[in-house]
Ligand binder design. Sequence first.
Ligand SMILES: O=P(O)(O)OC[C@H]1O[C@](O)(CO)[C@@H](O)[C@@H]1O
Ligand SMILES: [Mg+2]
Ligand SMILES: [Mn+2]
Length: 479
Amino acid sequence: MTSTTTNSDIPERFWTGIPGTFCSYTASVRWAIILQNAVDDTAKEIEAIKSGEVKVNNKDLTLKQGNAIKNQLITLREELINDVELRQFTPEELAVSNLTSFNEYLAARKGDKIRWNHSEWLFCEIYMYRRINCYFALQSEWTKFDIFNSLKQSTFKASLHGVVELAIRYKNLLPIWKQNVENKDWDLLEILFKEFIEISLWGNATDLSLLTNATLDDIKSIQGAKAREASESKIVVNDTKLAWKTIVNANKDRKGPVRIDFVLDNSGFELYADLMLAGFLLNTGLIDKCVFHGKDVPYMVSDVMIKDLDILIQDLLDRDFFPTGSSTTPDSQALDLFANEITNFRKQDKLSIEADPFWTNELDYWNLDPSETKYHGAQMHKELSQATLVIFKGDLNYRKLTGDRTWKRTTPWKTAIGPLAHNGLVTLSLRTCKADVQVALKEGVDEELCALWEKDHPGKGSWWSSSGKWAVICFSDGQ
Ligand SMILES: O=P(O)(O)OC[C@H]1O[C@](O)(CO)[C@@H](O)[C@@H]1O
Ligand SMILES: [Mg+2]
Ligand SMILES: [Mn+2]
């Protein structure tokens, strides 16, 4: 595993005890809120079962188990608030979930007395979601219950405006895409690639200003460029052109099927935006196959599980979920068309979704390398090596790519991603910035944005990178 960084100059990871960081704020404030929401949503499910609104096989047992889970979550929240030492997973928890790597981590640091507010952020945050998941996995009537599903669904439902906008744009562009399969207008395709990359990038923002009812001419017009310029100004590192070149080269000297993999982030609108990008790439013939990598357990509140793709398609076809009038209205037809497109892609095996345990353990992506043979790092590296390009979505993936370390913010991307810079994977990180870690900035950019953010957030200027208001698009050719 050749890496451009030697051990000595690899900085510490972000630590929940560093005062004044977004990381310590997350540990001391936000996690307790996330846990309280889980308690509340469990209580709501229990009430719905009691009232008969939710039908279950064995009502008494389900209610008894539900109350046990609710009390365990309340206790976990108290542990967090009392900043107790993190315990190992028990043998019965290990029996239902892949968690040995977490116990190894804790055993190796026994002396450090790892506590909630005294731990590496990356490990501790993921550990918390695994602790939550164990409570459900250990109760026979709750093993398939996704405690975050109601939040995932309510957020997606609220995205109606953006969902319809995108579906109509897709329907309008489809004929143009199909015309480009044989003789490609590469300039046009590049403009559309940039547009759909930005749609996927900003996935969780539903007010996609790019998506006014712009016609194709608008996109190519000055006005379109102005709209794109506005949103591009928030992208402080932008390697889109390098990713585009990779796709063009793969098309021009086709040595076999062209495949793009997505290491997914959030379900709902972000997954929907990812499907739009996949639809563009598949319908123009730029790629033959798209592989989505989701999570095997509920994770980071909103991350995609395989069942969430099925639910998304059902939601698009459900006139109650998205009230777009009768099935003959233009909006309903656009949603139905898109849902059927995705269903057909899956039937034709042009789109598949998988969920390996690697994506929900605490290992950072420096372990996405042939050298990691214990927890599927090598296996996933082999799997992703079949792709022309691997797109990593969102902030947590970015934190795992960079090891969530306290790098100088001008650290080159290829330094921050360690072995991934040289182990053959061609990668693109599409990240809305929601954490302290930030690299690959040009000289002066961080100072400028810190000063800007400081104005309205005294003492927290550097939290601009945790605000979700800026984004980065970072490419590595893996060579
Ligand atoms: O869904 P995303 O973009 O990965 O964001 C998840 C991020 O949200 C946070 O919880 C915000 O702090 C981070 O811990 C995490 O990296
Ligand atoms: Mg996420
Ligand atoms: Mn996200």
